[in-house]
Design a protein around this ligand. Structure first.
Ligand code: NAD
Length: 256
């Protein structure tokens, strides 16, 4: 007789930022399929509602809370929504982020683009961690997953605002992992390389990203689900002694 298989996130409540598209969307559907109750914290209402519908259609439990990760009131509302609707918060996945074609080398990038990159990628992560940590501690501990990039782990030219912001995310990940270990909170980050999201494909088609690095992706570009699977591992108890790590999901690019 086959044993009943429980989801890998059964009994957990997770909040995913930027869950309306790309990697976040893949993670939201995967986490829900693995039994998590979810808060979709997404700035784009249409995208957020659409992933919510898909999760409900697959029989998952989720709510959508329109959230700009750079706005303290909106982030606080999304975190409260987790405890009000599902009673607790165990997992925070800081996925919202990204760069734009306005980014470049330090001498040709405006301060506006620098602050945009910092606000979305670093401050958004900072804010969500700051406001979620007390709730995760209250729940007896849990897991925070941040999003760096391979560009913050090695010297990559041409996206200086973005890599500066993501470098801050990697460092913050390690500090929080040490500070909150006593509260049974693990903090890790994912560092993806090229991942075939609609946004990246569009940037590529518009010629805004160089193809020089592609030859070094030993197994080709990642798909959003490849990064989502790594997030699932970090969210689950399977990674219970993994903390402070920046996990490269880079198709071997950084070692080749
Ligand atoms: N795609 C890649 O190749 C790649 C590589 C390295 C790192 N990353 C990182 O992975 C993460 C996801 O990337 P993606 O390619 O899936 O992005 P994406 O653009 O496909 O999706 C990002 C989602 O975040 C939402 N969002 C944007 N600003 C927001 C805000 N202020 N508050 C809340 N939500 C917001 C968007 O509406 C969108 O739904 C980002 O942090 C990105 O920097 C991506």
């Amino acid at each position: 007789m086959s044993e009943l298989r429980l989801g890998r996130l059964q009994g957990k409540v997770a909040l995913i930022t930027g869950a309306g598209a790309g990697i976040g969307r893949a993670a939201a559907k995967l986490f829900a399929a693995e039994g998590a109750q979810l808060v979709i914290a997404e700035i784009d209402e249409q995208q957020g509602e659409s992933v919510l519908r898909e999760i409900h259609e697959q029989g998952g439990a989720a709510i959508f809370c329109r959230t700009d990760v750079g706005d303290p009131e909106q982030v606080a509302r999304a975190i409260d929504a987790a405890t009000e609707n599902f009673g607790k918060l165990n997992v925070l996945y800081n996925n919202a982020g990204g760069s734009t074609p306005m980014d470049g080398t330090i001498t040709n990038t405006t301060d506006d683009e620098f602050w945009r990159a910092i606000r979305l990628n670093l401050y958004g992560t900072w804010l969500c961690c700051r406001l979620a940590l007390p709730k995760i501690i209250e729940a007896g501990g849990g897991s925070i997953i941040n999003t760096a990039t391979i560009g913050s782990e090695m010297g990559l030219a041409g996206r200086d605002a973005y890599t500066a912001a993501k470098g801050g995310v990697s460092s913050l990940t390690r500090s929080l992992a040490v500070e909150y270990a006593a509260h049974k909170v693990r903090v890790n980050a994912l560092a993806p390389s090229r991942t075939r999201t609609e946004r990246l494909v569009k940037l590529f088609e518009m010629g805004h990203t160089s193809s020089a690095l592609d030859n070094r992706h030993l197994h080709g570009w990642a798909e959003p689900i490849d990064v989502a699977q790594a997030a699932l591992y970090l969210a689950s108890d399977e990674s219970r002694v993994t903390t402070g790590q920046v996990l490269r999901i880079d198709s071997g690019m950084s070692i080749s």
